[in-house]
Design a protein around this ligand. Structure first.
Ligand SMILES: Cc1cc2nc3c(=O)[nH]c(=O)nc-3n(C[C@H](O)[C@H](O)[C@H](O)COP(=O)(O)O)c2cc1C
Length: 417
């Protein structure tokens, strides 16, 4: 019975069709070699494409080699990787699967092991534990902002040329575009800061510029926070306003998520005791306000929650991340009635200080390890042992990159042009 619901094709405003309601949400693979995609990317996405999802998003691909979100990110700035990009796109589009490249710039959420001086709308550093792993950013100049719009566009055009069937602009999770949207992070006094209209200008400039370059029939999606869930941050009301504008501009898909590194609602939701899909109430609300297709991502672990979300028309697409790592063929299992629920492992080192402070980092590292397993033809390994992913983190960033250090108190000053 659910198979019929999930099997419904979805036609996007641009006219392209997604064959069913399963979206494999973006998960940074972190195995690029100096920014270049490789055979592992091809293998991993071939596996997902044959697992039955209608739409796959790549892990976030960086638009600028000087600004990485994680070690091992793919970076696309020119045609030099065109041959391997074509193979990657071909693998991800097997089985009539849509495969979109997610494009991103981390802004200040770039580890200090990767960026000595990250950039952001304003020079506002992290507070608390994350001030130890991220350096304080400097404010972008207006000229640099305009250059970044071109860089986003450039990466999208290369994706299209390589055979990706769409792009998703990452405007969520506290990365650069989200920082522009947030009144807490964006304290600029020029046309990119102040009112919400100004704070969304960077995102809209990127969308319009990409649309002009890729044409009307190429899908463009946006991943947006329902809220940053922090005082003074991008709020639910503001998110609704942004969705209304994006819809008017003709965006093809809005993927709903929430939170940032400080408030990791994207991976924990807002109520740890609830089994509901994350942000479902918000999705329910916005479905009444827009006709743009919605993808709701986060917390889909059981068949009942998925079925209800589609039947109630709270979302058009079910965005699924971690369960798709544990079971790359999850959509096929569901459509063949071979799935009821998945339990995500709770990764622990059993050292409270580490588990309390580095829990989300360790969990992400675990899923990155499992993606590497799939990419090398092995089965993912279910485990709750937090030590292997922690050791991997230390290998990637060096012990000093993760250790607490003395943090200066910074004033929230705006240094933009
Ligand atoms: C290892 C890992 C890497 C991720 N990388 C990205 C990313 O590159 N871009 C993004 O938008 N979200 C990223 N996410 C978040 C997922 O897309 C998704 O929003 C989140 O995992 C919640 O969905 P789930 O409960 O189905 O896992 C990542 C999540 C994990 C576990």
């Amino acid at each position: 019975m659910p198979a019929t619901e999930f099997n419904q094709p979805l036609t996007l405003p641009c006219g392209q069709v997604i064959k069913n309601r399963f979206l494999k949400s973006a998960m940074s693979e972190t195995f690029a070699t100096h920014g270049h995609p490789n055979q592992q990317h091809i293998n991993l996405y071939r596996s997902w494409a044959n697992g039955g999802a209608g739409l796959l998003f790549s892990g976030n691909v960086m638009i600028d080699h000087t600004a990485l979100g994680e070690p091992g990110n793919v970076v696309i700035e020119n045609d030099e990787d065109m041959a391997i990009l074509k193979q990657w796109a071909a693998a991800g589009t097997e089985n009539k699967t849509q495969f979109w490249m997610q494009i991103n710039h981390p802004g200040k959420q770039s580890y200090r092991s990767l960026s000595k001086e990250p950039v952001a709308p304003s020079a506002i550093g992290f507070e608390g534990i994350y001030a130890t792993v991220f350096n304080r950013p400097r404010a972008l100049t207006r000229t640099e902002i305009q250059q970044l719009v071109k860089k986003f566009t450039n990466t999208a055009v290369i994706a299209q040329k390589a055979g990706f069937t769409g792009v998703e602009i990452h405007a969520a999770h506290g990365y650069l575009i989200n920082q522009f949207l947030s009144a807490k992070d964006n304290q600029r006094h020029d046309e990119y800061g102040g009112s919400l209209t100004n704070r969304m200008k960077f995102l809209l400039d990127i969308y319009r510029s990409i649309r002009a370059a890729v044409g009307d029939s190429f899908p463009i999606g946006v991943k947006l926070n329902s809220s940053d869930f922090e005082p003074g941050g991008f709020s639910e009301d503001e998110s609704i306003q942004v969705i209304k504008v994006l819809s008017q501009l003709g965006v093809d898909l809005i993927e709903i998520s929430g939170g940032n590194y400080l408030n990791p609602a994207m991976s924990e939701g807002t109520d740890k005791n609830s089994n509901a899909a994350f942000f479902i109430n918000y999705a329910h609300k916005i479905k009444k306000l827009t006709t743009t297709p919605i993808a709701l991502t986060g917390g889909f672990k059981d068949l009942k929650t998925m079925t209800t979300a589609i039947e109630n028309q709270d979302t058009e697409l079910l965005g699924i991340g971690r369960p798709m790592v544990l079971f790359p063929d999850l959509p096929n299992r569901i459509m063949n009635n071979q799935f009821s629920n998945v339990k995500l492992p709770r990764l622990k080192t059993n050292i409270k200080l580490i588990d309390d402070n580095a829990g989300p980092l360790i969990a992400n590292s675990y899923y990155e390890q499992q993606m590497a397993c799939i990419a090398s033809g092995k089965q993912p390994k279910y485990s709750t042992n937090g030590w292997p992913p922690l050791l991997r983190l230390i290998q990637q960033h060096g012990i000093s990159g993760l250790m607490p250090r003395r943090v200066k108190k910074y004033n929230h000053s705006s240094e933009e042009e």
